[in-house]
Design a protein around this ligand. Sequence first.
Ligand code: G6P
Length: 594
Amino acid sequence: MCGVVAYTGFKEAYPILMSCLKRVEYRGYDSCGVALLDGGDVQSHKDVGAVDDLRSKLEHVSGATGIGHTRWATVGKPNKENAHPHLDCSGRIALVHNGDIDNFMALKDELIKQGHTFTSETDSEVISHLVERYYAGDLREAVIKAITHLEGSYALAVVAADFPGVVVVRKESPLVLGLGEHENFAASDAPALLEFTRRVVYLEDGDLAVLKPESVEIWRAGTRIELPVHQITWNVSELDRVGYPHFMLKEIHEQPRVIRDTLVGRISLTEPRADLPLAAHKPPARLIFIGCGTSYHAALLGQLFVSQISPMPAHAYVASEFDPLPSSLKDAWVVALTQSGETTDTINAIRRAKAAGAWTIGVTNVKESSITRVSDDMLYLQAGPEVSVAATKTFMAQLVAVYLLSLHLAPPPGQLGELIGELRSMPSKVQRLINSQSSIQALVKKLNAYDHLFLIARGINVPVAYEGALKLKEVAYLHAEGCAAGELKHGPFALLGQNTPVIALAPRDAQYPRMLTAIKEIKTRGSPVMAIAFSDDNDIGRYVDDVLTIPVAHGLFSPWLNTVALQLLTYYMAAARNLPIDKPRHLAKSVTVP
Ligand code: G6P
């Protein structure tokens, strides 16, 4: 999983490629590189590290056509040799690749026997040698012949020293073209190009394009085709930190706006009703939510919310583990949550759901992403671009979407008005919580003294304990485990003690008395306990060492506020540890490998 970019025009390509690469860095950042056409030669530069590291070592490379890559290692360690671009034996063809070539070992053996010399361990390098095998002046022809050998996924951008442009092609990895005046672009996603153009073309699987400064030709199965030109609506300013020290903090702060925007037009102004513009289809007998990582936690919240408001059966699965029997889902809707719209495990799970007879709804933040091509219907989040690798505002938008969907499909008689009213009040409650950060700051130092912690919850907040633990691991590099409070005594108790603090999510809801019981049991074992509780809860302080308060809300909405409290806590703990908050080690925002 990586980011690819390409430029051809009359300007210096290097600074343009570097800007575009910065924008796709969320897709991987263990190494990066560029190749530019310069005076009949290919100049390639690559290294371990992020885009800014390469930029600091490499002031300028000249050339008006080039390709670039930022890598998240899959095949081959993150080192300079394995970084892209990959060149052919002559050094006159260069290529960048996002995806995985399943049959690369067999291809590599064959190419070595034919005399090709390899310099990396990657699967991608076989493609440059295949292009070399077929290149006789027409790069498009050579790429078409090369890809007939490939099994797997790819978004490729290829240049050759004597070819005046870039050839790009995709299969199961995203690729977008950007159209400019006397210049054209390609990238793994549209926001990467926003600084230079708003006019984009989304390639479909199997499409190949030849980009030259004055022309863009798109080919599908050997025939020239035209594809629609889309206007990107996101603003370039949304891609900047606008004064925040990190994108994560900026994105946490954007959540009141995100909730509002995701609700707009989806709750009736006149009646208590959620109105979703879904394609007409027989309503489901049951709902299944799927997702990976943070999106799986949103799926779990969807399942629990439906179960609390209606008798409709609801389930949640980790997308990679979702493998229904044929014809077993004819009465079900499968709701696939993925902020990026590109997660391979989720996309494959949708295909399996359809094969099992389900009606599928994709929920994503990225228009025209891959999920739109496999789902029967779509629901778009309105979070705006999320740059930080850790999902925060897109998780919040997913919660808005799954709650709306649940209220639309399974409206609880007698309760709908109250729940819709609470939905409307959430932006201001989240804003109030964001504005009152002083108590969070005080706890940061205390919790940062530990190496392990548990987060416990009951009922609808259990997925929030999981999500809080995930955030602490990925951003603050702290070993944290989320646990249903009742489960603690079945094993984790052995780890409790003065060196293992516990964060208890304790909103005053139906579960509250049982949560107090769990807290007392934990205190008996000597662990420090911090509670996240409603601001009007004057009792909780008697049972715990510290309290972080959240605004009072309906119990079913407390997960939203607990989420924000834990996001802020994680952010400030990571900041105090001086960690690379927006780009945690070994992670990537969009995981396009199975
Ligand atoms: C990666 C990201 C996570 C995200 C997960 C699923 O692991 O780092 O933040 O939750 O992928 O991504 P998706 O785009 O499907 O929501």
